[in-house]
Design a protein around this ligand. Structure first.
Ligand code: GLN
Length: 302
């Protein structure tokens, strides 16, 4: 059996099972099993694949044909150019979320985020795999080191909070893998957080409960429901986080959310009514509203 024959057979099986990106997924699994690069594949498609590798490949293709997401088969997902470990206890990082990270990095490198003792404290609420917090810390550290357009001297420290202990185990592993300084706390939103932060980031669960049934099988059956379900109107966590975050923000600190494409107006109003200023919306690369952010200039006095 050659590499090309294996890949073609994999693609056909995924096609028959109605997997949308059959050719791409068949290739990714072949790459995962054999460790060969795309260059080697194109240069030597007639190379033989070892029997035990082929067996492993076939069993992965079979699982993918049952709609198990690719990321759960490989245990990895790339986000912001970094490789994150994932499993069934965390939401698989989405490319849509990169705009949240870019927005945060822009404010951080512009030196617009309040620091305490020359250190900016970041909080990622509902951190899951940790991909948001870890990529912000990773790129902020790099831009401070290169000095490339970075206007902050302050060093950053991160806290990631999540209700799921099992998700936090994944986040810890990812933080170690990318050598960033982060601590993780388990609890219902801010319950065990403490301290003050110059920036709070969050991609909370925001799908309306009734819509969950209509999501793709891959999402509905394999991403943790508690990472998706924003309760009846999808805004449950925004209401709580907007309100509760005031106690944890430094004066002039920022709150940055990922939102669902149709939630910009409600989340903006919520933030304005709660005393946030400069509230703005940003679109993702697909042109959909994806991020809402604002600043809290008041001194919160309970
Ligand atoms: N963007 C995710 C999805 O469409 C949802 C993420 C979330 O609820 N925070 O599946």
């Amino acid at each position: 059996m050659t590499l090309r024959e294996a890949c073609d057979a994999g693609r056909q099986e995924l096609d028959r099972a109605g997997i949308p990106d059959a050719a791409l997924d068949a290739w990714y699994l072949l790459e995962y099993v054999t460790g060969i690069t795309r260059t080697v594949y194109f240069a030597e498609p007639g190379m033989q694949i070892a029997d035990e590798q082929y067996e492993r490949y076939r069993s992965l293709i079979k699982k993918r044909a049952e709609h198990i997401p690719l990321q759960h088969l490989t245990g990895e997902q790339e986000f912001m150019g970094l490789c994150f470990r994932v499993n069934e206890n965390v939401l698989i990082p989405r490319q849509d979320t990169e705009i949240l990270v870019e927005t945060a990095l822009k404010f951080l490198t512009d030196g617009k985020i309040p620091a305490a003792d020359n250190s900016i404290h970041l909080l990622d609420m509902c951190t899951g795999s940790g991909c948001i917090l870890i990529s912000v810390l990773y790129y902020l550290k790099r831009s401070r080191l290169t000095g490339n357009g970075c206007r902050t001297e302050a060093h950053a420290r991160g806290t990631g909070a999540d209700i799921s202990e099992k998700a936090l185990a994944v986040a810890e592993e990812n933080a170690a893998r990318h050598h960033v300084e982060a601590r993780f706390v388990q609890g219902d939103l801010f319950a065990n957080v403490g301290g003050r932060y110059g920036m709070i980031l969050s991609n909370p669960p925001y799908i309306r409960t009734a819509e969950i049934e209509r999501l793709q099988d891959e999402v509905r059956m394999h991403d943790p429901i508690c990472a998706l379900d924003g309760k009846e109107d999808g805004l449950y966590f925004y209401r709580r986080i907007v309100k509760e975050s005031r106690t944890y923000l430094e004066k002039g600190g920022m709150l940055i959310f990922e939102i669902g494409y149709d939630q910009a107006r409600e989340v903006t109003e919520l933030m304005i009514q709660t005393g946030f200023s400069d509230v703005r919306v940003r679109k993702d690369l697909a042109g959909l509203d994806r991020v809402v952010y604002g600043r809290y200039d008041n001194e919160w006095k309970g």
